[in-house]
Write a protein that binds this ligand. Sequence first.
Ligand SMILES: [Zn+2]
Ligand SMILES: [Zn+2]
Length: 185
Amino acid sequence: MLYNVAQLLKEHVGASRHYEIAGELQNVDEYNPGAVPVDGEVTFIRTPRGILAKGIAHLSLVQPCRRCLELTKADVRFDFEEEYIPSIDIETGAALPITDEDEEELIIDEHHILDLSEVLRQYAVIEASRGALCAVECKGLCPTCGANLNEGPCGCIRENLDPRLAELAKLLGSDQDRETERKNE
Ligand SMILES: [Zn+2]
Ligand SMILES: [Zn+2]
């Protein structure tokens, strides 16, 4: 995920380059150790201070299903936009001031190399935390006994309630589901 931006740094504000993203992110989070392939595209735009990286990326991440908590593999897509700051003046070779507010992953190194990987990793983690579904029809966990309802009914409703109340509970249950859906959107 390394890009040499020396040439672009010499150009006027607004100049740009477009690249395909094809590579790997390392150790995205606890559920995704090792290498995860990532693809997408990025445009680098010269700004008064540095380079704006703007693009879209896609990867496949293992995540817990937000209803039943089973690990599931889900596609993650996101737009990203961050400004990178050079650490060396491209014309003079002099070191440029870096302040505490400049985040480490957004600094272009002394060889004019811009590294997208940490930014993409952070965006991927945020996107993944919104929660995936193992299946659209995932039944989730029983709120009473915690059983995974995808593996079959746990019997809670049938045993504890009379049939009319069971119907009502089912309706309330599906309302709750929709409520959770909305919160997760
Ligand atoms: Zn599930
Ligand atoms: Zn149950």
